[in-house]
Write a protein that binds this ligand. Structure first.
Ligand code: GLU
Length: 368
């Protein structure tokens, strides 16, 4: 199958911790190779956004640690030590090519909230217009899974970034040259999968968990990232960052790495609903669920219970099958659960709508 990336104008490149690490801290030769690759893309007129891991690992090594950093507070501390170091390496490397880079640190809520997202988009578009390379990382100092603001790993974060800024291609550079049928380090029979048209359970079965000291992701999170990107019409390439001129070879259509095809581009609003973390759950009965599948609105009579505290306009789960954006908050929906629509004005202070949400406000989740 031939690959055609001649249409690519905007690309997100994600670089993993493994690739950049050395026993001393950072592998500058490797980092310079990544930078050279990016410069080659810019020379072709392609805008590049870089997502780089490595802050926690660099911080940990500076503190003389050689074992995994698991304690959340220590991870936060290591990230704040390592992030400026990481950026100073990038700054020097880009400077050699006469280029300027910029730091963008993100939490998941920055992308979830419309206002912060619009601010972010404006800043990033301006950087790109100025010819600057934005370098993203998760803001690990403030963003932890415990407070529900984390992406968890930079694989998925890079896909959310690609989706939000409508990139055409997401390239995840790692220490292996693609997805293998079985782990090539353990099983010699395993072979590289070159093309994936559709991501299903059999693809996830090929993937292992994170395999290194300071990194968070693994092949599984890379496949999840490709799923997110594909819904934005963005193709994904998982490839080895050790191979020379890898981005040029990818863009030229060489059969390197694993190519996970793009799907139909869903609207930004649909993607926003799908990619936002749910703030609560509305449990509905089978009749209501069937009606939702048939493109009907959710009426209060179909609501069984509400979980969590959320505002009107937040993204919530509907049972475990869909995400939706209700007109009412959790307290109001609890008050109207099981009642008829005509009763809404008697049950809440402000009756903003006679339904909880409309068909445009719900997106069903893929069940693989
Ligand atoms: N944000 C983390 C760091 O810079 C890496 C997360 C990941 O490995 O995906 O160290």
């Amino acid at each position: 199958m031939s690959r055609d990336f001649s249409h690519v104008r905007r690309m997100v490149v994600k670089v993993g911790t493994n690739l950049l690490s050395s026993p001393e801290g950072i592998n500058t030769r490797q980092l310079e190779m990544v930078v050279k690759n990016i410069v080659a893309m810019k020379e072709r007129g392609i805008q590049v956004l870089l997502v780089s891991s490595g802050a926690i690992g660099l911080g940990a090594r500076l503190l003389g640690r050689s074992t995994a950093v698991e304690r959340i507070r220590l991870r936060q501390a290591c990230a704040s030590i390592g992030q400026p170091l990481l950026m100073s390496h990038y700054r020097l490397a880009f400077k050699k090519h006469g280029l300027v880079c910029a730091q963008v640190l993100l939490t998941r809520s920055d992308l979830n909230e419309r206002k912060t997202f619009v601010n972010l988009k404006n800043a990033v578009e301006t950087l790109l217009d100025l010819g600057v390379i934005p370098i993203f990382n998760e803001n690990d100092v403030v963003s932890t899974a415990e407070i529900g603001t984390a992406f968890g790993d930079n694989d998925r974060m890079s896909a959310y970034v690609a989706s939000k800024i409508d990139a055409d291609l997401l390239v995840m550079l790692t220490d292996v040259d693609g997805l293998y049928t079985t782990n090539p380090k353990k099983d010699r029979e395993g072979h590289r999968i070159k093309e994936i048209d559709r991501i299903d359970q059999s693809i996830f079965n090929c993937a292992g968990e994170a395999g290194s000291l300071f990194a968070s992701g693994g092949m599984k999170t890379k496949i999840q990232a490709a799923q997110i990107a594909s819904k934005a019409g963005c193709a994904t390439l998982i490839a080895s960052g050790y191979e020379p001129e890898i981005l040029t070879r990818i863009i030229s259509g060489e059969q390197v790495g694993t190519h996970l095809c793009a799907d139909r581009r869903l609207s930004q609003r649909t993607r926003w609903i799908l990619n936002s973390s749910a703030k609560g759950v509305i449990h509905v009965d089978q009749g209501a669920l069937q009606a939702l599948h048939n493109h009907k609105s959710l009426l209060p009579s179909g609501v069984l219970a509400v979980e969590g505290v959320f505002k009107a306009g937040d993204v919530v789960l509907i049972n475990d099958t869909a995400k939706a954006v209700p007109y009412y908050n959790s307290v109001e929906i609890e008050a109207m659960a099981g009642h008829q629509s005509q009763e809404i004005p008697d049950l809440v202070e402000e009756a903003r709508s006679d339904v909880i949400f409309r068909p445009d406000d719900i997106v069903f989740l893929d069940k693989e």
